[in-house]
Design a binder for this molecule. Structure first.
Ligand code: S3P
Length: 449
């Protein structure tokens, strides 16, 4: 079912209730960030890229469609196995229809970067959530590189028309917010520019684009900058060659069964192949600080991306303070961390969450609302979120999803350990990132109805 079908259709509500221990071994789907990048870089490379473990969620499937519309040969060759035959750097073809990215900010913004380096024009569009999200943050640097925005929605929002540069310019760009999407868009456009494109970030964001560009043969360096930042320099006009990409399990998806196992009494759960890139594991650090038992073993590495097996056991959690500089490494995990904080004893303060306001929904407001409606005391103070944990969550609330997959999954996790059931108004958007969430959670003991 596509987004537009879903919108026209009715919502699919679900209730989660107090469950027995969650046990077993699971592999959550492939990492969303890496899946998008594998398709996009595969399309910009010469020769074949073979991807295993691709996330076959709606967001990534929309990127696959977009790369096909831009001239790459993208074929599903088996379960989670895909082959991409690329067109080479700057070789994307003009699409003959608008590119629809559905709910996905990452797919949309990264492909804008790729298109900005090619002499073609493309229309970018998405669902109501994506149409409400800021695009100027990506368009500003792409215009400096020579791309041009034709018509757009208010404030540069979707739907918009982007014309790539015939002769893109390499730039030095300081990202105004820690965002891997902005950084990646500039680097992808920089592939087509002569000379060195440099991105400076004051807070390091996830570095999958840099690691994968290197894996595909680009010359790229990343040096520390200031206390928490990076200076990334890409040499333009490389010949990217097709590569093998093994997509590890997504830590942002693993976050849901992990928190569920921590809060449901008696749980003992193993998750395999979870990506443990340090720029993604802020949640694991925080949960351990809260007293969560998360043991790591079988650590290995593929093309620079580390992964490990995690064993999670139910734990008594305590409130902690999460520093603002940790935000980029757990930006998608605050919703489910707030759930864990509700079950902890004591106050959890999460600082520096401004960016949560411009995700698939306003996640700062949505997190507070999700907790409040289920009887947890919560406060937003500036850009900070403060949750008063009482060791249990009353539940009995109906949570509004706001077209946001992570709200739906967080609320369902909460219901597995709350005193009374928790309902969500719509589970449809879970398919954007974790299509098998409901059956996988049921298989380990989750009670949904
Ligand atoms: C992503 C970057 C993050 C994150 C998103 C995926 C990526 O967004 O929230 O889910 O793959 O680059 P920002 O870069 O806007 O922080």
């Amino acid at each position: 079912m596509t987004h537009s079908d879903r919108l026209a259709d009715h919502k699919t509500p679900l209730e989660a209730r107090s469950s027995g221990s969650l046990t077993g071994k699971v592999r959550v789907p492939g990492d969303k960030s890496i899946s998008h990048r594998a398709l996009i870089l595969g399309a910009l490379a010469v020769g074949e890229t073979r991807i295993s473990g691709l996330l076959e969620g709606e967001d990534v499937l929309n990127t696959a469609k977009a790369m096909r519309a831009l001239g790459a040969k993208v074929v599903r060759t088996g379960d989670f196995a895909w082959s991409v035959r690329g067109v080479g750097v700057a070789g994307l073809a003009q699409p003959d229809a608008p590119l629809d990215f559905g709910n996905s900010g990452t797919g949309c913004r990264l492909v804008m970067g790729a298109v900005a380096g090619c002499p073609i024009t493309a229309v970018f569009d998405g669902d109501a959530s994506l149409r409400s999200r800021p695009m100027r943050r990506v368009l500003d640097p792409l215009e400096l590189m020579g791309a041009r925005v034709g018509s757009s929605g208010p404030g540069g929002r979707l739907p918009l028309t982007l014309s790539g540069a015939r002769d893109p310019l390499p730039i030095l760009y300081r990202t105004p917010v820690a965002s891997a999407q902005i950084k990646s868009a500039v680097l992808l456009a920089g592939l087509a520019a002569p000379g060195i494109t440099t991105v400076i970030e004051t807070e390091a964001s996830r570095d999958h684009t840099e690691l994968m560009l290197r894996h595909f043969g680009a010359q790229i360096t990343s040096l520390p900058e200031g206390r928490h930042g990076r200076r990334i320099a890409l040499t333009g006009q490389p010949e990217l060659h097709g590569a093998e990409v093994v997509v590890p399990a997504d830590p942002s998806s693993a976050a849901f069964p992990i928190v569920a196992a921590l809060i449901v009494e008696g749980s003992d759960l193993v998750l395999s192949d979870v990506m443990t890139n340090p720029l993604r594991t802020g949640l694991f650090t925080t949960l351990r600080e809260m007293g969560g038992s998360i043991e790591q073993s079988l650590v290995r590495d593929d093309a620079g991306e580390p992964m490990a097996q995690l064993r999670v056991r139910a734990s008594k959690l305590r409130g902690v303070e999460v520093p603002p500089e940790r935000a980029p490494s757990m930006i998608d995990e605050y919703l489910v961390l707030a759930v864990a904080a509700g079950f902890a004893e004591g106050t959890t303060i999460m600082r520096g969450l401004k960016e949560l306001r411009v995700k698939e929904s306003d996640r700062l407001e949505a997190t507070a609302a999700m907790l409040r409606v289920n009887g947890v005391k919560v406060e937003i103070s500036g850009d900070d979120l403060i949750v008063e944990g009482k060791g249990h969550v009353p539940g009995d609330g109906l949570v509004a999803t706001h077209m946001d997959h992570r709200i739906a999954m967080s609320a369902l996790v909460m219901g597995l350990a709350a005193d009374k059931p928790v309902r969500v108004d719509d589970t449809g958007f879970i398919a954007t990132s974790f299509p098998d969430f409901i059956p996988m959670m049921r298989a380990i003991g989750a009670e949904f109805s």
